[in-house]
Design a protein around this ligand. Structure first.
Ligand SMILES: NC(=O)c1ccc[n+]([C@@H]2O[C@H](COP(=O)([O-])OP(=O)(O)OC[C@H]3O[C@@H](n4cnc5c(N)ncnc54)[C@H](O)[C@@H]3O)[C@@H](O)[C@H]2O)c1
Length: 255
């Protein structure tokens, strides 16, 4: 039980990577607070082992975050682990992206991580231990077409990760987890935007050198490792979990 006596907060925990991470923490002994704007998070929470709490919270809104963390502190006494996972995918080049869409993506994907860390860090400092995990993306390193706001938000999360690592060492660590394609409701939504979702799924599987996409549980497993005592010497770094996506030079063939 790697997380006995730990309190974990996971944002975007109603489904996908966040739900898998909350389940892993709960299974390994943590008390878990699931934050999500989607009320379905309450049902996700009831399936978990151990002590847990669902708080409906739009993580793009500072006042709502403040009150959600107050609820968590009242229920569990403090916070040891924070996974900033909530995120949205939106499409557009710079000229296609409206100011409102840019702000929406930055607020949900980036500002939320800053605001949630601001709430959790004092408790971690007081308890003398803590880990902040920012769920970024392979798009923190490489990009696809038409995702100007998304890729910018995910790249900036690496800067926030380094900043927290430097400012809150030695007792608090911060890491970024950067998935390739993961089979979650977000991916299924994106694929269904295309006229031929089956063909897109075939292409997506094919573009990873390991010839498949990840499960949410595989990403949760990396988050669990990085939050554990086994990773005590790791801070400020970004870890890709991407099946080799983006490694190969386009056009080269084996035969
Ligand atoms: N699925 C992928 O292929 C993939 C790849 C790389 C990175 N990621 C990142 O992983 C994270 C999780 O993605 P996922 O695929 O599990 O997504 P998902 O859409 O399946 O789940 C995201 C969760 O975040 C919640 N959420 C969205 N906006 C919110 C807000 N304003 N306040 C609170 N909760 C909010 C949603 O309700 C949902 O429960 C995201 O940050 C995403 O960018 C996903």
């Amino acid at each position: 039980m790697r997380f006995d006596d730990h309190v974990a907060v996971v944002t975007g925990a109603a489904k996908g990577i966040g739900a898998a991470t909350a389940a892993l923490f709960a299974k390994e002994g943590a008390r878990v607070a699931l934050l999500d704007a989607d009320p379905d998070g309450a049902a996700t929470a009831t399936d978990l082992d151990g002590d847990h709490l669902f708080v409906r919270c739009d993580v793009s809104d500072g006042a709502t975050i403040e009150s959600a963390f107050e609820t968590v502190r009242e229920a569990f006494g403090g916070i040891d682990l924070l996974v900033n996972n909530a995120g949205i995918q939106r499409y557009g080049t710079v000229t296609q992206t409206s100011e409102a869409l840019w702000d929406e993506v930055m607020n949900v994907n980036l500002k939320s991580a800053f605001l949630c860390a601001k709430q959790a860090l004092p408790s971690m400092v007081e308890r003398g231990r803590g880990v902040v995990v920012n769920v970024a993306s392979v798009q923190s390193f490489i990009t696809q077409a038409n995702v100007a706001a998304y890729t910018t938000s995910k790249t900036a999360l690496l800067g926030l990760t380094r900043s927290i690592a430097v400012d809150y060492a030695p007792n608090v660590r911060s890491v970024a987890v950067c998935p390739g394609t993961v089979d979650t409701p977000m991916l299924r939504w994106a694929v269904n935007e295309s006229p031929d979702p089956d063909e897109v799924m075939r292409e997506v599987n094919e573009m990873h050198p390991v010839k498949r996409i990840a499960t949410a549980e595989e990403v949760a497993s990396l988050i669990g490792y990085l939050c554990s005592a086994d990773a005590a010497f790791i801070t400020g770094q970004a870890y890709r979990i991407d099946g080799g996506l983006g490694l190969s030079i386009g056009g080269s063939k084996r035969d």
